[in-house]
Design a protein around this ligand. Structure first.
Ligand code: 13P
Ligand code: SF4
Length: 297
């Protein structure tokens, strides 16, 4: 399969991008694996005609928005992000009408229509840095993730209008599960994703994006880590740090949508050139402004 995929990649002049939560078999076939920010940045540097995006729909949409002239394929178009679907453009417009003059900030885990309504986009890897550039008294609407929003607001000592969205996968984590994992692995450093609820974030030692966890594990003198995010990240952490130990808080922390892409569906995507991700031009142009504003910072 690897040989067939390599051959098809050459024939199609395609590049394979994969998120850190993808199955190990998919990560191994990808040209680049990263977090949402790294993937958005990489999508701006692609020279190939075709991008096969192994992740969830909003990520492939972001790659399509950043590359209007290229063909972006997603192996399974049903791989959505339930959090991204927790707010739509009409709901955001109503929220903006309730808070005139507020800056609308969206987590990258949002639809293109929602991005199109926003002033700037953020990822878990840069939300604090981006929002730190706002004047402290700036009124901010943050959608859709209440947890990332409250995490950044607390770090910067600010108050944001939060939409009550959340990630159903990270919602499975509890502070009690973190304490149990600490008892099982005494001395291990606990890293959790900022999509976790506040008590879980407070029970952890580090709150990091998936790319942030990879960088932290690489440079930390610690030898043992408890990982509070989707278990797909363990593949990369273990591969990049052979001398270190990584324990999931629970093996059940799986994002079903991230697991929809398989090596078979990846091969099929390349062979059949499907499914193409198309964002209507008017939406794409407006959404690109919010993504570009983030990338410029
Ligand atoms: P990262 O940008 O940290 O990889 O997060 C994406 C995501 O969907 C987390 O659930
Ligand atoms: Fe969406 Fe959560 Fe899956 Fe990330 S882990 S893609 S936020 S459902």
């Amino acid at each position: 399969m690897k040989e067939t995929i390599e051959r098809l990649k050459k024939e199609r002049n395609a590049v394979i991008l994969a998120h850190n939560y993808q199955r190990a078999e998919v990560q191994e076939l990808a040209d680049f694996t990263g977090d949402s920010l790294e993937l958005a940045r990489r999508a701006t540097q692609v020279e190939s005609d075709v991008i096969v995006f192994c992740g969830v729909y909003f990520m492939a949409e972001t790659a399509a928005i950043l590359n209007p002239g290229k063909i972006v394929l997603i192996p399974d178009p049903d791989a959505g992000c339930p959090m991204a679907d927790m707010i739509d453009a009409a709901q955001l417009r109503a929220l903006k009408a309730k808070h005139p003059g507020a800056k609308a900030v969206c987590y990258v885990n949002s639809t293109a229509e929602v991005k199109a309504e926003c002033d700037i986009c953020v990822t878990s890897g840069n939300a604090e840095r981006v929002l730190a550039t706002f004047p402290p008294d700036e009124k901010v609407i943050f959608v859709p993730d209440q947890h990332l929003g409250s995490h950044v607001a607390a770090k910067l000592g600010r108050r944001y209008e939060l939409w009550p969205g959340y990630c159903p996968t990270h919602a499975m984590l509890t502070a009690r599960k973190i304490e149990q994992a600490r008892l099982e692995h005494p001395g291990a450093v606990v890293m959790v994703h900022p999509e976790c609820a506040r008590d879980v974030r407070e029970a952890a030692d580090e709150r990091l994006s998936t790319g942030g966890m990879c960088a932290f594990a690489r440079t930390s003198p610690a030898r043992e880590f408890i990982v509070g995010t989707e278990i797909g990240l363990l593949h990369r952490l273990r591969k990049e740090n052979p001398g270190k130990l990584f324990h999931p808080v629970t093996e059940r922390l799986v994002c079903p949508n991230m697991k929809k892409t398989t090596k078979e569906s990846l091969l099929e995507a390349l062979r059949e050139m499907k499914t193409r991700v198309v964002v209507p031009e008017e939406t794409a142009v407006r959404a690109k402004r919010a993504i570009d504003a983030m990338l410029a910072l």
